[in-house]
Design a protein around this ligand. Structure first.
Ligand SMILES: NC(=O)c1ccc[n+]([C@@H]2O[C@H](COP(=O)([O-])OP(=O)(O)OC[C@H]3O[C@@H](n4cnc5c(N)ncnc54)[C@H](OP(=O)(O)O)[C@@H]3O)[C@@H](O)[C@H]2O)c1
Length: 320
């Protein structure tokens, strides 16, 4: 992170005590004063201990708490990673999901403008790409639109990044499989036939850094990047080959679907392809057709499959 490091500015990461925040903080420390926020004090203390960053409690669903935190921290940059992200929970408790992911994002956007924050970057998901299948995806699709729309209304530059599954992130398949494997050697999977985009947390961190470094070019838009995918059965088989044990199918959860989309069909006229650091990225705008649109959408069904060795590397890349 060198391009924007001339003056030590303050960067606040909402939900920075979570998996992404804890892994992003070290990449920003040195160039920025990094402040992480979260609600749960046990997790706040843990994040403080592992990152060495300042951590303060803040509930994004409460605008006064957001205002208090921004008054205290005076951030120049905000990375908005706070979210409730479990698809099945959001189907059962949609109100909580909307409070955190939609109202919380609105609160962050409103207070950022009020406090003249320079840049706000929202962290979105492939589940926000059309066709949206679940409440979590809808809530993140709204966050994307709130942020992209706010960009033209104030000095603050807003943008989002959108990506698929981060290996070893909180509550994702690999840590869950690890727990099951340690318990009785049997991994129970809800969707061996499903295909999912996967990359490492280092790649997620890199996408965030790329977005910050190129904020002038991407403001008001969503930046995504090419990702490979794996069929869950292949990932399971790779796990078993490398670590032993067995797997079996169990009943699916609400809100799940076989494939995910990073760029949906209806987004094509609004999406440009660009290259950053030799990697194909996609810049998605809303309501603004682009001169050279993408011609084919990107889904976990039509992207490149992760090779057995790439899957083994993901499995071995266990992170806290
Ligand atoms: N992991 C993935 O595969 C993936 C893929 C695409 C996009 N994303 C997005 O990336 C972001 C980070 O994900 P992650 O994997 O780091 O998730 P995580 O480990 O679950 O972290 C989420 C963070 O948000 C905080 N949070 C939740 N509700 C909050 C609230 N009301 N107010 C303030 N903080 C709140 C949590 O702390 P407390 O509960 O203590 O508040 C935690 O620090 C999320 O926005 C997620 O949607 C993740």
């Amino acid at each position: 992170m060198e391009k924007i490091s001339s003056n030590m500015k303050t960067i606040l990461i909402t939900g920075g005590t979570g998996f992404l925040g804890r892994n992003l903080a070290p990449a920003l420390t040195g160039a920025f004063r990094v402040v992480l926020t979260g609600r749960n004090n046990k997790q706040n203390n843990y994040a403080q201990a592992v990152t060495g960053c300042e951590v303060i409690p803040m509930d994004v669903a409460n605008i006064e708490a957001v205002r208090d935190a921004f008054t205290e921290v005076r951030p120049d940059f905000v990375i908005h990673a706070a979210a409730t992200k479990f698809v099945d929970l959001a189907e059962k408790q949609p109100m909580e999901c909307i409070d955190v992911n939609v109202t919380g994002s609105q609160n962050v956007a409103r207070v950022a403008v009020e406090k003249q924050v320079e840049v706000v970057l929202g962290i979105s998901t492939d589940k926000a790409a059309p066709p949206v299948r679940n409440t979590y995806g809808l809530s993140k699709a709204i966050m994307e639109r709130i942020f992209c729309s706010m960009n033209s209304k104030a000095q603050t530059r807003f943008a989002c990044v959108r990506y698929g599954n981060v290996a070893w992130s909180t509550g994702s398949v690999l840590p869950i499989w690890k727990q099951m494997h340690e318990k009785d050697g049997v991994i129970r999977s809800t969707g061996p036939e499903m295909r999912r985009f996967f990359f490492t947390v280092d790649e997620a961190v890199k996408l965030v850094l790329t977005a910050l470094e190129n904020i002038e070019a991407i403001q008001g838009k969503v930046l995504s990047r090419y990702m490979k995918a794996a069929q869950i059965a292949d990932l399971l088989n790779t796990w078993i080959e490398n670590k032993g044990g067995s797997w079996e199918r169990i009943e699916g959860r609400p809100g799940e679907r076989n494939d995910e989309f990073l760029i949906g069909e209806i987004e094509l006229p609004f999406t440009t392809e660009l290259i950053y650091d030799g990697i194909t990225h996609y810049l998605i705008s809303f309501n603004e057709k682009v001169p050279k649109p993408l011609t084919v959408g990107l889904s976990s069904a039509n992207t490149t499959r992760l090779s057995p060795s790439e899957m083994a590397d993901l499995i071995d890349d266990a992170r806290e």
